[in-house]
Design a protein around this ligand. Sequence first.
Ligand code: PEP
Length: 248
Amino acid sequence: MLIAGNWKMNKTATEGVSVIKNILSSVQQITSVDIAICPPFTSLASGSALISQENVWLGAQNMHHEPLGAYTGEISASMLKDLSVSCVILGHSERRSYFGETDEFINKKVLSALQNHLIPILCVGETLEEREQNRTMEVISRQVRKGVAGIPEQAIDQLVLAYEPVWAIGTGRTATPEMAQEVHAYIRKLLSEIFSQQKAEKVRILYGGSMKPDNAASLLAQPDVDGGLIGGASLDAASFVNIIKSAL
Ligand code: PEP
């Protein structure tokens, strides 16, 4: 299991230190769940200095695919690696909708992350309109196929996918465990067609979208749900830790 917290654009570096300290002090005994804390870029340096537990990863929420250069405001994979960042969220629906990120652009980032030994957490998910038009699987298929294009065989087990129905993000509306399982199983099937069944089984598929301490256990109990990507509920150390505990 992997439980990842996406803080989005919340918490100053100063505020972040106490949240990270509180999380760390509560998970010292937990070794069977991987935990990723993905604060804003401004908290990565202090986060890196605080985290030493092997199963607790520091993560970023975005990066640029080019190694360096004239890309004002952007951050490269090597800059993240230098701060001991282990994983990076890519293709979040907020990046797709507010910043115009396309499947092709996201794919470049996925490949660059893997080349730099960063674990990409590739987010996919349909909008409410797409679900109501029965286009969920079509949208997921396109986002997954384009997002993972060109990944070399030996790098696939480093890949993490996150199914995040857009209508469930930050809305309090969660997919039912059955709805999540249906799409997760479909993603696994797609991966087995693109790569192989053996490789597809190694890819962790997280569910994200209003996951909270009170609904986490039933979602995480689904056979193809390998963890969670948590937004709002990861901002409070106690609720994030409760979700981690429901993955034990
Ligand atoms: C997210 O944005 O990745 C997310 C899952 O948000 P929330 O948990 O707040 O719905």
